[in-house]
Design a protein. Structure first.
Length: 128
């Protein structure tokens, strides 16, 4: 399952960032997932929960935002949503000299860290 390897990579990256900032936990991880990236969001969410078990991310929510595929035609400059399966022929000139502009993303866009516990003030000594 491809989504498990993606989930493990996300957990590893966020856990490394958590360690670097001495974070005690993670509340939410937001991802941009391109519709052409070959990732099934429901499967990724399921795998993410499993991958988080026993880590600083345990209990974290995964928010996956789908990024639509976009392409442009080099000869005529037209841009369009590719859809899924992707339509890579320009509707204007029927040219196939296209460039994918968006839709292959798989990027961590935001991490919400668990709040740090409040530090108790040092006990004061009363001097007599």
């Amino acid at each position: 399952m491809h989504e498990m390897s993606v989930a493990l990579a996300v957990v590893d990256q966020v856990a490394e960032a958590a360690q670097a900032r001495s974070a005690r936990g993670v509340r939410r991880v937001c991802l941009d997932v391109g519709e052409l990236a070959g990732v099934v969001s429901d499967s990724l969410t399921f795998c993410f929960g499993l991958a988080c078990a026993g880590t600083v991310l345990e209990g974290a929510e995964l928010v996956a935002r789908t990024v639509p595929g976009r392409a442009s035609c080099a000869p005529c400059g037209r841009t369009w949503d590719t859809g899924m399966p992707p339509d890579l022929l320009c509707a204007g000139c029927r040219g196939a000299a296209t460039e994918l502009l968006a839709g292959r993303e798989l990027r961590i866009t935001e991490v919400s860290w668990a709040p740090q516990p409040a530090t108790a003030p040092a006990p004061s000594r009363e001097e007599n």
